[in-house]
Design a protein around this ligand. Structure first.
Ligand SMILES: Cc1ncc(COP(=O)(O)OP(=O)(O)O)c(N)n1
Ligand code: 3NM
Ligand code: MG
Length: 254
């Protein structure tokens, strides 16, 4: 069983970006609190994606952080990543779970409660929920769901909810209050003048105590933020208070 960090850095591989420099800067201040999701553009060939993912994994391993791979689960397996993330146009969640195996971290995109419940039933160990706010990083997304949309999903599931889309440090408190466990960002770090400083700001916002949201499964996680659990093995829980993540028992396709 592994522990999920609360701050997810999704790589920005658009032309002119330097994803490895941003990953290095973020890891230098976040260490094991960071999850790096390797996400490449759709027209990137597998060899390029594989080489980037391998480099990111090496940086993460040296810092004690987790590395996930978006969409391309064969690359996740090839490099020995902690897991992967799939959305509505990728492998179905139950198939992704079968491919990655029962111990892997598997994220699934969910934009509403029904999709969230279905993804968890199929084997997702966390949900990426958004877009919370307008984003300039990705096109073709539906209208932002805001903190209320995050609340609706978080209320329906018992796995960590990672809010995504237009996230800034200033917006973190309302998302935590809505039941989010953590956040995933692209631009807040890749477009920052000082990505290390921006990482610190996001981590501070994520560590700030928030009131539990009554009736949400994530209220338990909010409680854990104040009183981190005693790790089973004495390791694996980041200083920010990660939560143990394992696929639900009997997940379809496992
Ligand atoms: C944490 C997180 N949440 C959502 C997504 C989006 O995944 P998806 O819907 O499959 O879109 P692409 O990222 O593949 O374009 C994500 N990657 N991470
Ligand atoms: C990759 C991605 N997926 C989203 C979704 O809602 O599914 S939003 C998004 C991009 C998030 O970038 P930024 O932090 O720069 O807004
Ligand atoms: Mg996808």
């Amino acid at each position: 069983m592994s522990s999920l960090g609360r701050l997810h850095l999704v790589t920005d591989t658009r032309p002119g970006r330097d994803p490895l420099a941003v990953v290095r800067a973020a890891l230098s201040v976040a260490g094991p609190e960071l999850v790096v999701q390797v996400r490449v553009e759709d027209d990137t060939d597998d060899r390029t994606a594989y080489e980037l993912a391998g480099r990111v994994l090496a940086l993460c391993a040296a810092a004690g952080a987790s590395c996930l791979v978006n969409d391309r689960l064969h690359i996740a397996l090839a490099i020995g990543a902690s897991g992967g993330h799939v959305g509505g146009r990728d492998l179905p969640v139950n198939v992704a779970r079968r491919v990655l195996g029962p111990a892997a971290v598997l994220g699934a995109t969910a934009r509403d409660p029904d999709a969230g419940v279905a993804a968890v039933t199929a084997g997702a160990s966390y949900l990426g929920v958004g877009p919370c706010h307008a984003t300039t990083t990705k096109s073709g997304l539906p209208a932002p769901i805001g903190a209320d949309g995050v609340r609706r999903v978080a209320s329906a599931v018992s796995v960590p909810v990672i809010a995504i889309g237009g996230i800034t440090a200033e917006r973190v408190p309302e998302l935590l209050a809505a039941g989010a466990y953590g956040v995933a960002v692209v631009g807040a770090l890749s477009q920052a003048a000082d990505p290390a400083r921006a990482t610190v700001d996001l981590l501070h916002a994520l560590r700030r105590p928030t009131l539990p949201v009554p009736g949400t499964a994530s209220a338990a996680d909010q409680g854990r933020r104040r009183t981190p659990p005693v790790p089973e093995s004495g390791r694996g829980h980041p200083p920010g208070g990660g939560v143990a993540v394992a696929p639900p028992a009997g997940a379809a396709g496992c």
